[in-house]
Design a protein around this ligand. Structure first.
Ligand code: ARG
Length: 466
């Protein structure tokens, strides 16, 4: 970044009699971060130039020159051969000034009928639309990876938890499908948000539209937007789409944080349910035995950062009068960081999920502890004609006695069990096994491996229909 070479004349300098204070120049500049909008800025400018030609505002010769100039700038930028100037404030004025340096006075015609206000709104929408597509594609892949793992582990029994206390046995595949559903809602939220992102503010100009006979539908179409935005004031001031995206991203990061918490717990010596590949873990500089789940821990931590950006964007917009205000320049850093963070976290998961190794024996042993099949025994009694509340009471007593003897419910003898209710028969042991418990939950959305496999097939169809 340079601030003292090339043409630094302010494109808006006409009415000023003294030059900008050096501090103010740095304080108001955004080029140090908004430079990354350049591909969208150039795309938007080319569409604007084409529209100016179509409507007869620019001659075909001028338009051809402008577009060739912009394409030349784009290729310089791609090669890293572009000298960004802080004195030219932002990405828009840097590129416009470069155009004029390159093609001469014709370059000065590009800004006819537009303002940086509609220009920046257009750039961000193009950028966000592209990012949403990248992110949605990673979510899609991650969901497919979860389905593969769920299929592999459909029969794997683990304790299901509520309050982090053993509740009922579940299939590990079923647990993974819960993650799948969370990500599915995240995907849907992004797709929904994209519809409101994908509108063209170009032509709203500074705030009130322009006196030139522009064709906003044409630029909208050229840029692949679904329609132009309907009100010029709203067009330059609206950042709802960024807030919505940040909200969707925050919910998604909350999900990733919850997955991460489970991975951290499950890789601990106390649970020892799964192993993460070495390449996704790090060691300790003092404790030689350590293999730390840094990646899930960091993802968990980064959820705070993304939610923070949501708060920043909401607060940024609060109390802003119509239409554009310079405050809006503050939308970019949170938005950029949020999108980079989300992409990194999803990519980390995409690398980790297929490489998860299950310690099936430990999961099973854990499911045996904690009387996970107590509800099954209560349900068994209900099927023998006992009202559920009474059955609950009876099983509570059986559990208390089993705890005293340090036994599982399935290790109590038939006679002992009959002591709690005489109608208990030999068939009770079927429902006290882990497999019996799982298989009994044989309905849509239940944890029976048969249902899990069906759910995986349906989920695969859902992904295919996107
Ligand atoms: N850098 C500005 C932003 O990011 C571009 C728009 C500036 N418009 C203005 N009227 N000063 O919001």
């Amino acid at each position: 970044m340079s601030d003292n070479s090339g043409d630094t004349t302010k494109p808006w300098g006409g009415r000023f009699t003294e030059s900008t204070d050096e501090f103010v120049e740095r304080f108001t500049a955004s080029v140090s971060f908004d430079y990354r909008l350049y591909p969208y800025d150039i795309e938007g400018s080319i569409a604007h130039a084409r529209m100016l030609q179509k409507t007869g505002i620019l001659t075909p010769a001028d338009t051809t020159e402008i577009i060739a100039g912009l394409e030349g700038i784009r290729s310089d930028l791609e090669k890293g051969a572009f000298d960004w100037q802080v004195t030219l404030e932002d990405v828009h004025m840097n590129i416009e000034a470069a155009l004029t340096r390159r093609i001469g006075d014709t370059g000065k015609k590009l800004h006819t009928g537009r303002s940086r206000n509609d220009q920046v709104a257009t750039d961000i929408r193009l950028f966000v639309r592209q990012e949403i597509d990248f992110i949605a594609a990673i979510i899609d892949e991650l969901q497919a990876a979860l389905l593969d793992l769920a299929e592999r582990e459909a029969e794997t029994v683990m304790p299901g938890f509520t309050h982090l206390q053993t509740a009922q046995p579940v299939s590990f595949g079923h647990h993974l499908l819960a993650w799948f559903e969370m990500l599915d809602r995240d995907y849907q939220r992004l797709v929904d948000c994209r519809r409101r992102v994908n509108l063209s503010p170009l032509g709203a100009a500074a705030l009130a539209g322009t006196t030139f006979p522009i064709d906003r539908h044409y630029t909208s179409e050229l840029l692949g937007f679904s329609a132009p935005t309907a009100n010029s004031l709203d067009s330059v001031s609206d950042r709802d789409f960024a807030i919505e995206l940040a909200a969707a991203a925050s919910i998604m990061m909350t999900h990733l944080s919850r997955f991460s918490e489970e991975l951290v717990l499950w890789t601990s010596a106390q649970f020892d349910f799964i192993q993460l590949p070495d390449r996704f873990c790090t060691g300790s500089s003092i404790m030689p035995q350590k293999k730390n789940p840094d990646v899930p821990e960091l993802v968990r931590g980064k959820s705070g950062r993304v939610t923070g950006h949501l708060m920043a964007l909401l607060t940024l917009m609060k109390s802003q009068p119509l239409a554009y205000n310079k405050d809006n320049q503050e939308d970019k850093e949170p938005l950029f960081d949020l999108l980079d963070t989300v992409r990194d976290c999803l990519s980390a998961y995409l690398g980790m999920i297929p490489a998860i190794k299950c310690n099936r024996g430990n999961m099973r042993r854990a499911a045996m502890k904690g009387y996970a099949t107590a509800t099954d025994l209560a349900d068994y009694l209900v099927k023998k004609g006992i009202p559920f509340r009474d059955a609950h009471e009876i099983v509570g007593k059986a559990v208390a006695s089993a705890i005293e003897q340090e036994k599982d419910l399935s290790e109590l003898s038939l006679d002992e069990l009959k002591g709690f209710y005489s109608g208990i028969g030999e068939d009770v042991f079927e429902c006290l096994t882990l497999e019996g418990s799982l298989n009994a939950r044989d309905h849509f959305g239940g944890t029976a491996p048969k249902q899990v496999r069906q759910a995986i097939n349906t989920a695969r169809d859902r992904l295919a229909l996107r």
